[in-house]
Write a protein that binds this ligand. Structure first.
Ligand code: B3K
Ligand code: ZN
Length: 865
């Protein structure tokens, strides 16, 4: 019978909430899994033999999770077994009271029909797997929980011609031929949870290289892609080797197998996956060449390659006990990849970028209906918790602990953590305990960062009298869903006092704010000083200070800490905009213009930092500052400020736009110059649309790299000018056969800021190159459109209806991807009444849809609550 249908089964227990407090150890362990897989896109037969051992003494049956599976056979010790299906679970009565049994099941699965892209699926002629979080149960019956660790051996068999390459975790130990078919046997000696299982079959070619580890072992490295893409794998390979070296140097972590394989696939639900010894990547985070990749694409590739590689220790060797501990591996690994990127490029630029992500994505999440702690307490669908809070705020928690411990003790603590928990499924608590023990600190109060949701607000004011500076601090943590009352947090704030006259640093101290109100004194401060607080964003909080605009301008000109300098300029811009929006008045741009002029003229600053510092804050970040967001006035004020800057500093902007770095050299300086060129072009277009359009088209036509091409398109996307369609048509004609470039083409149009973009996005949704089946294409158009605040929040509500329709259509194919598109609608409380009502109506229309997935159900129902 067909394994997709199971008419006898009772309705599956959908929409059940799982609670962290209910965790208990599994009844049965599975120390070894043996798989025999006969691969075929239509029907793949999977025979699994599990060695199961009883955990303690009990007489409970063996319960194995499945998802859409129906067993063809179930045997215990080679004999037909007694079994039942309860929903998707397979319940097997094990005879007698042995400690250990061998259990064999067989099932048929259908990769071709798998549109969820979880479990075994087909992508562009390949067969590949994705198991995190609960995809293994779509391949075979297994407990499929991260605390059940086992070794695996896998026999794969497939058609020789269609699938000449057969890959799985670990090492290939045997291979052979069998008529038109061939087979390979893979063994992974490291016990792993089922979510790290992977298999790939296809017509692939490898970029092969090697890395010699610190103990002198040679590791074979392969990046597998379609043959035509081989030339685009060089950068990823360099990044992989750099990551392996960095993890040895900085964390003392050596790679453990003799083989490391990466495969790039074009249909993938997210960025990449850290399967043991066989990482599978969204091709977007592998493929790059000088004609098609921007500087940012190159950096993103290096960051994701590093992230997945680092998981080999922070995630695979030490894994998570349960999914509530997800940040144990994700927060820590994001922190590790951010540190790697900082070391490979410019540390302050990297930090500004990371903080920007936090403010643009995580702060709104923490301030909305989907807010949850870094270690959530409950979920309906765990996939919905791969969030900016778990990842990015989680990384900030690790960073704060490092700041509190200092670099040396932090390294001792991570050594202890890896040593103590190697081969185990651990908890966030285990990690914090290692920090406490090796750091000699008490982190009792700090633990609140794991359990309390919401972004703390800190207010700071400085008073000076007779050689003494007194800093008054207060903190509050806002209520979030399910957490009405909060306790004060332990907040590490790097504080600097900077002389008003000389710009010299007179104090630099780490202040631990632990109470609701606190005073800190600095002695021997004889001259007037400026307060610079939360330097390097030492804590993920919102800080309000009473510093004047003049003070901010001074910090923007002379703060010795480069990060804080750029932050001061951004704060000055935000205040200027906020004032105009709140008072319904014109933007008074004078101070901002002067500060930008000063920044551009300062020879002490490198170009990359100048570029970061002079950018206008996004409409989203401006909106976050306001009690109620009116997207039209945010847009208008930002436009006005851009116009004023572009007009007043036209000559400087022209020079920066003309200068650039024409080639493809990716030094920090060259990248900075290209970034500045794009920003300058934006300002020139804001000042004079006609000049901007002409310059942008010229830049597009003359570009010798994708960064310049793309920054020209970004500007043109916002202009009603004939050059816009000319450039987009040229781009399409040049790159239409390259799916990653088509993604760019869709994305850049969806990001344009013109009224007509709403209609255009609707039309692009019907373009022959648009498809709901490819997550990259869907995200390119829809996620970018929903992030385009002014256009998406058109007062008519048309943007909301369009998104709702897209979510419903996507959900029928791929619930994970559909659910990730819900949060923009969930922000309805932040907008004025008219829009809020329309956003709610759009959410309700989704909820009323028959057969909604639990993924989308959870996001939508929580968004409406
Ligand atoms: N661990 C994967 C993410 C899996 C997402 C599952 N819904 C990639 C990463 O964070 O490295
Ligand atoms: Zn990760």
């Amino acid at each position: 019978m067909d394994a997709r249908m199971n008419p006898e089964a009772p309705p599956s227990p959908d929409h059940v909430t799982i609670y962290a407090k209910d965790y208990r150890e599994p009844d049965w362990w599975v120390p070894h899994v043996s798989l025999d897989v006969d691969l075929d896109p239509e029907t793949t037969r999977v025979i699994a033999t599990l060695k199961v051992t009883r955990n303690g003494s009990h007489d409970r049956p063996l319960v194995l999770a499945g998802d859409g599976l129906k067993p063809l056979t179930v045997e215990v010790e080679g004999h037909d077994a007694q079994w039942t299906l309860e929903g998707d679970d397979l319940i097997i009565e094990l005879p007698g009271d042995s400690h250990s049994y061998s259990v064999t099941t067989s099932v048929d699965i259908h990769p071709d029909e798998n549109s969820q892209l979880m479990g075994l699926y087909a992508s562009g002629g390949l067969l590949c797997t994705q198991c995190e979080s609960e995809g293994f149960r779509r391949i075979t019956f297994h407990p499929d929980r991260p605390d059940v660790l086992g070794t695996y051996d896998v026999r794969m068999r497939a058609d020789k011609k269609a699938f000449p390459i057969l890959l799985a975790n670990g090492n290939k130990v045997d291979a052979g031929e069998d008529g038109d078919k061939h087979w390979a046997r893979w063994e992974d000696p490291f016990p792993k949870p089922s979510y790290l299982f992977a298999m790939v079959a296809g017509d692939l070619a490898a970029n092969s290289d090697s890395f010699t580890t610190m103990s002198g072992r040679m590791v074979e490295l392969n990046i597998w892609v379609r043959e035509a893409d081989l030339p685009r794998t060089t950068h990823a390979m360099e990044a992989l080797k750099a990551s392996m070296k960095w993890d040895e140097d900085v964390y003392g972590r050596e790679y453990d197998l003799d083989l490391f394989n990466i495969v790039a696939v074009s249909d993938f639900n997210f960025g990449a996956m850290e399967n043991k010894g066989l990482n599978i990547f969204n091709s977007r985070f592998i493929l790059a060449d000088e004609d098609t990749a921007t500087d940012r694409d190159y950096d993103n590739i290096a960051g994701v390659v590093a992230h997945e590689y680092f998981h080999n220790w922070s995630g695979n060797r030490v894994t998570c006990r349960d999914w509530f501990q997800l940040s144990l591996k994700e927060g820590f690994t994001v922190f590790r990849d951010q540190s790697f990127s900082a070391d490979m490029g410019s540390a302050p630029v990297q930090r500004l970028d990371d903080v920007n992500t936090l403010r643009t994505v995580q702060f709104p999440e923490d301030n909305g209906p989907l807010a949850h702690p870094v270690r959530p307490d409950s979920y309906i669908e765990i996939t919905n918790f791969y969030t900016a809070t778990v990842y990015n705020k989680g990384a900030e928690l690790i960073r704060m602990m490092r700041t509190i411990l200092g670099a040396e003790k932090f390294r001792a603590a991570t050594d202890l953590y890896f040593e103590r928990h190697d081969g185990e499924a651990a908890t966030c608590e285990d990690f914090v305990r290692c920090m406490e023990e090796a750091g000699g600190v008490d982190l009792t109060q700090f633990r609140l960062w794991y359990s309390q949701a919401g972004t703390p607000r800190v207010s700071a004011s400085l008073a000076q009298q007779g050689g003494k500076a007194t800093l008054k601090l207060t903190q509050t943590v806002p209520p979030t869903p399910g957490q009405p009352d909060k306790q004060p947090m332990a907040i590490p704030l790097k504080v600097g006092l900077v002389s008003r006259q000389s710009g010299e640093e007179l104090a630099d101290r780490l202040v631990m704010l632990t109470r609701a109100e606190q005073e800190v004194t600095f002695e021997g401060i004889e001259e007037p000083v400026l307060l610079s607080i939360n330097r390097d964003f030492s804590a993920p909080v919102i800080v309000e200070t009473d510093i004047s605009d003049g003070g901010l301008a001074q910090l923007a000109a002379s703060e010795p800490n480069a990060f804080a300098r750029a932050e001061a300029l951004e704060e000055l811009m935000l205040r200027t905009l906020e004032r105009a929006i709140k008072n319904n008045a014109d933007v008074e741009a004078g101070a901002v213009v002067d500060a930008i002029r000063g920044t551009l003229e300062d020879d002490a600053l490198d170009t990359a930092l100048k570029a970061e510092a002079i950018q206008l804050p996004s409409e989203k970040i401006i909106g976050e500052r306001l009690e109620t967001i009116d997207p039209d006035s945010v847009h208008a004020a930002r436009r006005q400020l851009g116009h004023a800057i572009g007009t007043s500093l036209a000559d400087m902007m022209r020079a920066a736009q003309a200068d650039g770095a024409p080639g493809t050299d990716r030094s920090v300086e060259a990248k900075g110059k290209r970034k500045l060129k794009g920003i300058a072009l934006g300002y020139l277009a804001a000042a004079d649309a006609e000049e901007g359009a002409a310059l942008a088209k010229e830049q597009y036509d003359a570009a010798g790299n994708m960064t310049d091409r793309q920054s020209a398109l970004i500007v043109l996307a916002g202009l009603e000018a004939p050059q816009r369609s000319a450039a987009f048509d040229a781009f399409y004609a040049r790159y239409k056969d390259d799916s990653l470039m088509l993604d760019k083409w869709f994305a850049l149009q969806a990001m344009g800021q013109r009224e007509a973009v709403l209609d255009e996005v609707e039309a692009l949704g019907k373009h022959p190159d648009f498809t709901f089946k490819n997550p990259n294409r869907l995200r390119a158009l829809i996620v970018n459109f929903a992030s385009n605040q002014w256009v998406f929040h058109h007062a008519s509500g048309r943007g909301y209806d369009l998104l709702a329709r897209m979510i419903i259509e996507a959900d029928a194919l791929n619930p994970q991807v559909a659910a990730r598109m819900v949060p923009p609608l969930g922000r309805w409380r932040r907008f004025e009444e008219g829009r809020a009502a329309k956003m709610r109506a759009a959410l309700e229309s989704i909820l009323a849809t028959d057969g909604l997935s639990k993924d989308v159900f959870e996001q939508v129902s929580k968004s409406l609550a």
